[in-house]
Design a protein around this ligand. Sequence first.
Ligand code: KIV
Ligand code: ZN
Length: 525
Amino acid sequence: MNDTSTQPRVLIFDTTLRDGEQSPGATMTHDEKLEIATALDDMGVDIIEAGFPIASEGDFAAVSEIAKLAKSAQICGLARANFKDIDRCWEAVKHAARPRIHTFIGTSPLHRAIPNLDMDQMAERIHETVTHARNLCDNVQWSPMDATRTEHDYLCRVVEIAIKAGATTINIPDTVGYTAPRESAALIRMLLERVPGADDIIFATHCHNDLGMATANSLAAVEAGARQIECTINGLGERAGNTALEEVVMALKVRNDIMPYQTGVDTTKIMAISRRVATVSGFAVQFNKAIVGKNAFAHESGIHQDGMLKNRETFEVMRPEDVGLSASTLPLGKHSGRAALRAKMNDLGFDLADNQLNDAFVRFKALADRKKEVFDDDLIALIHDSATTAADNVLQVKRLRVVCGTDGPQEAELTLSIEGVDHSIDATGDGPVDAAFNAVKMLYPHKARLQLYQVQAVTEGTDAQATVSVRLEEDGNIATGQSADTDTIVASVRAYVNALNRLILRRERSEMGYDSKEVSYKDVP
Ligand code: KIV
Ligand code: ZN
């Protein structure tokens, strides 16, 4: 293992709550954003981009609160290149011990055409807005959006203007995921060589994964001199997503022999935050995803298992414990007590308060009655499930009974509590899930459209729990609900009802002008 303490530090800038959250369907609630920000802060992320404060009252409130609660991370907000956005951003981030304003404008020919500014007018706008931001805050990041498709001479010119106006970090976004590693490195090198003052600031790399090269492009930029990587947990983000935090951080750790740079991230916290982001965003992690996928450390083939038993390094370049996967995967059973559950939860990265442990214990006992062995993944599903079924939800599933068979139609009898009053109905459908969803619609009529229905087995075996995700859309509002149960139909209906509850909450908040996004970062200022 290399001594990393003297190596150059690469700052990790996490934008899960801004670039990740703006991916359609990934919207998080206020409390979920605070929870994720706290976890990012705890794991040693250097900068958290907490949102886009001008976008909505909800974004503003989330950024302000995250700014107040952050212990060590710098808290950053996004602002387009105008004074109103920048002022609003400052109002939100100024509560942080270490605030940062991130302002940007699209500089490539295609992006310049949108606000209809010529090169000189845009250069003037950059000078004015960065100067304004710097008058408010001594920590200013500036981004030429679509930098990788911007003419080099013009890019050098505007980067120099931003540095002279006081930007302390210059971020080079590959907005459309177009660049490749050699080009990504050459661009940073070119800027370092040609732009006066470039040595006095930090260059950042911000890559999208459209061609599957985001991680490679980010690391290539670091080798060329970038000292900040912008990334998201699980690579969450629009289209093919952003650079995945876990991939760049683990690559720098595992291949420190050829990439001698240190980060401040505690990698043992990776799995816990990855699971949480997957749950709250509703974007499940693909099984074979690097570092955090369910199969990333699974060795199923006979040859692999044999090799692993002899020497782990035969097929493993890192240890599961390094990313926070429990070393012991011994299952719990119905005789396991509260202390065993607490110890296991701590092992899995959950620090439960006494009331949360009591709730988890009741659920665990109920699960252990139905399932012989309760595995780590079962417990994680159980904890995430209890976090989504708050007692004050408008809708609650009270009772469900379905009749299935080869000679359909399938029938569902459902009792749903709506604002505390129980209502029951029988419905039929094309399959048990359809019948049960029809029953929900009959008891609680709504216009929401089903965008996604996804079922995943949590563990192996026919008594495995199923985790179900349901994404609904109504009038542009999108909400995702999840639930886990050994009964797939029960999990499906609960997930559906959870999504409806979130939609109701979102509707109420947007009626109050709280969550409806008035602008997107793509709107021209
Ligand atoms: O991808 C991008 O260009 C962005 C900017 C706002 C930095 O996310
Ligand atoms: Zn981006």
